[in-house]
Design a protein around this ligand. Structure first.
Ligand SMILES: [Zn+2]
Ligand SMILES: [Zn+2]
Length: 204
């Protein structure tokens, strides 16, 4: 199993985008997502960022339809792989042509393409996260907070679930938020320390 140290070193050598360098994440949501849930997501993200001492400004882009998101809808589902690739190449991020590096979050009530189960996905490499709040899950506010925290942890660089990596000196935490089934709203010390160590290296 990977350790914190070898993963951080691997990331340092291979990350393809500096979406995080300006401390800005732009958040789009589709018209059928209610603002109350959007605010909960932002609040939970801010809590996590405070815990690990990183500073991101989440910019809600109310009613701005994201043309990127619309362009990856197939059969009413989100083609996540295509979304992440398009976001990474988005000219609005490219500072060589007048853009501004930033991360992206999308909130939709659609499912992921070919994945009828997952409620979201996030990639540090692409600086992108999507929450798929289908079947009225936007109204299950506890679940929504857990999901936002979980995906934000992935976005911030932890690619694993809690039971997928071992670190000396840490116990197993069955109730960590970073298990696939979202058993808790709390993130265990091992996963939090991973993020802290990771971001200390980058000094955001
Ligand atoms: Zn954990
Ligand atoms: Zn996950």
């Amino acid at each position: 199993m990977p350790t914190i140290t070898n993963w951080v070193e691997e990331l340092q050598q291979s990350y393809p985008t500096k979406w995080w360098k300006n401390g800005e994440i732009r958040l789009f949501w589709e018209p059928d997502i209610e603002i109350y849930g959007v605010d909960l997501v932002i609040d939970e993200i801010n809590k996590l960022c405070t815990t690990i001492s990183v500073n991101f400004n989440i910019i809600p882009l109310d009613r701005h339809k994201s043309s990127i998101l619309q362009s990856v809808v197939h059969d009413e589902q989100i083609d996540c792989k295509r979304l992440f690739n398009l976001v990474q190449l988005d000219p609005s991020r490219n500072e060589n042509i007048g853009g501004y590096e930033h991360g992206n979050i999308f909130i939709t009530s659609r499912k992921l393409l070919n994945d009828p189960v997952s409620l979201g996905r996030a990639s540090y490499f692409h600086g992108c996260m999507v929450l798929c709040l289908y079947d009225r899950s936007q109204y299950y506010y506890n679940l929504l907070r857990r999901l936002a925290r979980h995906q934000m942890t992935h976005l911030l660089g932890l690619p694993f679930h809690c039971d997928q990596f071992l670190v000396d000196g840490y116990n197993k935490y069955e109730l960590c938020n970073m298990h696939y089934a979202l058993p808790s709203g709390e993130t265990c010390p091992k996963c939090i320390d991973f993020l802290r160590q990771f971001w200390q290296k980058y000094k955001v």
